[in-house]
Unconditional design. Sequence first.
Lengths: 369, 128
Amino acid sequence: MDTAPGTLRKTPLNAVHRELSAKMVAFGGWDMPVEYSGLISEHMAVRQAAGLFDVSHMGEFTLEGPGALSFLQRVTCNDAAKLTVGQAQYTALPLPNGAPADDVILYRKGESSYLMVVNASNTEKDLAWLRSQEPRDCELADRSDAYALLALQGPRAQEILQGLTSIDLPQVRYYHFAEGTVAGAPATVARTGYTGEDGFEIFVGPDAAADVWRAISAAGAERGLKPAGLGARDTLRLEAKMCLYGNDMDETTTLIEAGLGWIVSLADGKDFPGRPVLESQKQAGASRKLVGFEMVGRGIARHGYPALMGEQAVGAVTSGTYAPYLQKNIGLVYLPAVRSAVGTEFDVDIRGRRVPARVVPTPFYKRAK
Amino acid sequence: MYPDDRRYTKDHEWVQLAGDRATVGITDYAQKQLGDVVYVELPEVGRALKAHEPFGTVESVKAVSELFSPLTGEVVEVNAGLPGAPEGINADPHGGAWMIRLKLADPAEAEGLMDAAAYTALVAAEEK
């Protein structure tokens, strides 16, 4: 995955990150900020005030034309027919084995016009997969270079953004979006995010990105806003038990195993790859299940560490971290479904040392409404 | 900026010598590379260590890093307060967040380690 720095792609905000002396890392082929002032303080800012993230590395596809909805009903697993114009939906691109090629957010921008936001590292794969599914009577285009994407997340996100935007934000409900301006630039503002907090994802043209970033930073400075990097993004999403593609799910884990049955629609008209597998797992249950755990003993579980019951390796940790808000060591693990109930005890093999852990309810963190 | 009252390793640890005793910790550069430290595991008193042998781990939210004994000797003291307050490694890496004290097998072995000027040059090269 690591490539020489010279070959990494840069978002339109790369120079801004460097001005802020961010610690930069290679992520999915991109040169991205992992932290600015420190991961824990950034994480806490998002929980208690607000954080501003550059997520411009995400890919964006547009799908336009009279055949768009019927194509989406064939390639995504959630029911795209339920989307009204101005609404967004969490969904996935299932493969014939019931595993996702990717998890995506779908935005209905017009009667027959959709925007799909995909994981950065999957952009090319997703585009090839979608083309192989033969869109008919609609145009599929990779528009990733046409968008910068900023995420403003946290309990004070709305008051920070409201002074900068033409959009009446309280009118924008969760998983809805509106078009308008932010800091004078044309923008699409969605009430979505990957942190477990209220907040917005803001699509702007690449040339406007730096000005919009600076305007939000200035408006947020007195309200506790901090720039936040991919490090905090990962710990925030894990506290909220949001799956990370490539860690918690991939082309070998079905959507039901990953706990994403709620985005698998068996409605009439849904005819997507893997439907038979997912339908039977939805009814009969999958043999393994992604569950949340807390470490009982001292130690931090990390991606790939084995889960042991007795002498038997029964699964593997997919994500694990110190959780800054909860001040606990938490993670996600695939366990046999019959041994995955809340309270189940197992050990994590931490570099040769067995450390006790226990299955707990998820999400680990849920914000007060 | 690196204190010249001690020596340094290429693994970004410092060693402060007093006779046949050596106090060991990680450098300011090392803690900055790690980020917020949330876990540290130190050895038992009495453990015999060879130079370059792992003696513990330090973990930030994002990364796991092994600690290597800079010299050969026996652990005669560990900083017992550190595992309960690992954030001290970020706050005071060259002072309060020392990790272990060794009774050295051969104090002359320390002459192979870098002085502050050589270590400062190493860090400057890595930061490029």
